[in-house]
Ligand binder design. Sequence first.
Ligand SMILES: [Zn+2]
Length: 413
Amino acid sequence: MSSVIVMQLRYAFRLYPDTGQRIALSRAFGCARVVFNDAVRAREDARKAEQPFPKAGELSTRLITQAKRTAERSWLGEVSAVVLQQSLRDAETAYRNFFASLKGTRKGPKTGPPRFESRKDARQSIRFTANARWNITDSGRLNLPKIGAVKVTWSRTLPTIPTSVTVIKDAAGRYFASFVIDTDPAADATRMPATDRTIGIDLGLTHFAVLSDGTKIDSPRFLRRAEKKLKKAQRELSRTQKGSKNREKARLEVARAHAKVTDARREFHHQLSTRLISENQGIAVEDLSVAGPARTRLAKSVHDAGWSSFVSMLQYKAERYGRTLVKIGRFEPTSQTCSTCGVKDGPKPLDVREWTCAACGTVHDRDHNAAINVKTAAGLAVSACGAPVRPGAFPAQREETGSHGFPTEPRAA
Ligand SMILES: [Zn+2]
């Protein structure tokens, strides 16, 4: 039986630092970046000199403790030492991932060697761990060492005391606090009791997703509206003159609109994935990361990016709530096979929305039929006997990103 487990989740909230706090934050971002870059440089120098890599403790002494005493780096003393230590750890993690990727022991796409960070990077961040003496004040502000008590919009309640907080400034100039929380398995089991329902999900051509029960799911209006605004902002940007003041303004407007689309899409994926996980014990999806021999569904590739982040949400939520997620390869001819009699009817052009099976005469909606086939291919269709889920399905391994990576999970279910 699958069981509910403890997981680490991120909860993100908007921060509103005042002018002085913004200056202190940008100083902290800058110091963290300098230490990160010094660590990368130290390793690069060692590599070029064919020397062994300096040890973490040695780097900490050299790049933080001793550097603070020099004229060029004395300002490192103006920020929390924990922030600088975390920056060193991020550099270390980046190298570990790079070497693991080289050796092929790391899952996912290939990682390049760590690069130097720049003040021009769209995203800036610093991380405070438990020993950094940060806290939430009685009036609900986030009190950060050497920065102050920053105003927070608490859009939800934190279920437990967080173990760390990352402060992020995004491309649109917004500030966020991202807290790491350990989930509570007992509460999770109560929230989502076991069920015997199973479902197959197909990435629709004209819908975001089509379920094996026939439900068709479209992007919600709040996402479509955000996408429309982004298109408008992009059009306006293209009309401005290079190097003009208006262009800068338009660029920031595009960045803001882009951030809103990203947020809206994430919100939609969260709502939908939570609903599907809540209602079903077993969920089957197409795995778009596996390239099939014939990529017959090219038209769908525009959705692929959104689809993969949606599937990764399903994956960690399945793990969290003891559900089974089965991913089936793209090589399965889900749109060619009759879900009623199993006869392979041959490829269908993308504009064929409905077809009739030559063998059994069933009239199929293309996407609904595909969703049923996704479920069947995953072995989830044989649920009547009370064994709804296939055991040993793909455990989701979420990458813990450092404060210098991109947040994979800026908010939780
Ligand atoms: Zn048939």
